[in-house]
Design a binder for this molecule. Sequence first.
Ligand SMILES: NC(=O)c1ccc[n+]([C@@H]2O[C@H](COP(=O)([O-])OP(=O)(O)OC[C@H]3O[C@@H](n4cnc5c(N)ncnc54)[C@H](O)[C@@H]3O)[C@@H](O)[C@H]2O)c1
Length: 253
Amino acid sequence: MKIILGGALGRMGKQVTEAAGEAGIEIVCGVDVAYAGQPTEYPIVTSFDQVTAAADVLVDFSRPDGLSELLGLLKRAKLPAVLCTTGYTDVELAQIQEASSTVAIFRSANMSLGINVLCKLVAMAAKALGDDFDVEIVEKHHKMKVDSPSGTALMLYEAVRHERADAQEPVYGRYGRNAKRQPEEIGIHAVRGGTVTGEHEIGFYGNGEELILTHRAENRSLFAQGALRAARFLAGKPAGMYAMSDVVEAILS
Ligand SMILES: NC(=O)c1ccc[n+]([C@@H]2O[C@H](COP(=O)([O-])OP(=O)(O)OC[C@H]3O[C@@H](n4cnc5c(N)ncnc54)[C@H](O)[C@@H]3O)[C@@H](O)[C@H]2O)c1
């Protein structure tokens, strides 16, 4: 399989380059705004609209600001894509959704299999425990992470909201509030510091009992491996939106 790699010079780009080498996947072209002509393992261009190489899938770990050039490339080259970048706005998410009517797009805010199994467990717990349990999500990441809360925290929030008829918008932190917690709130709290790869904790707090589900990512290579697993899953698929939950369903079925 041949891939094009967005954000090739970034931390995740380097992890994908290493994992692809181990998996026998060829990177035919990298894309990175920071490329300044230095020697690299494969050709790199500075914008998605400069890509001419043919590949089976694009894997992207860059920033949302290159999205319009990226979607232009997908449509022009009929190129399926695994979008791992986080921090997209609702408008950008709608643009991705629109592009998926002509090309296969795989998007997951968290490419780890463990997190996507956690999403299923969280949905099951939210449904079974119901409105009597208060839900609070706490995520921790390294100090270099620019967006907050994490895309994964929002994914977990959606998994709860989907199962809770009364759930409203999330409550981010509680600074300045002078009111009791309302049952329909879903709290989301972000901690940033050091080198924490990623930790997500979902607490269901009931009357006299607590259920806490936690996922810890020990290193970033698991995201690279998950992205390449997604690329293999996506190659040859018809146009549409796909997610890691489809991979979990395929494993379970
Ligand atoms: N889905 C997941 O499982 C997962 C896991 C880890 C990181 N991420 C996300 O992946 C993204 C990258 O993470 P990172 O830690 O590697 O960041 P990073 O800052 O180390 O790397 C990003 C790279 O993208 C490049 N870049 C920035 N804008 C660009 C553009 N418009 N076009 C092309 N390249 C561009 C930068 O020069 C940089 O080299 C972030 O959004 C992060 O949250 C997702």
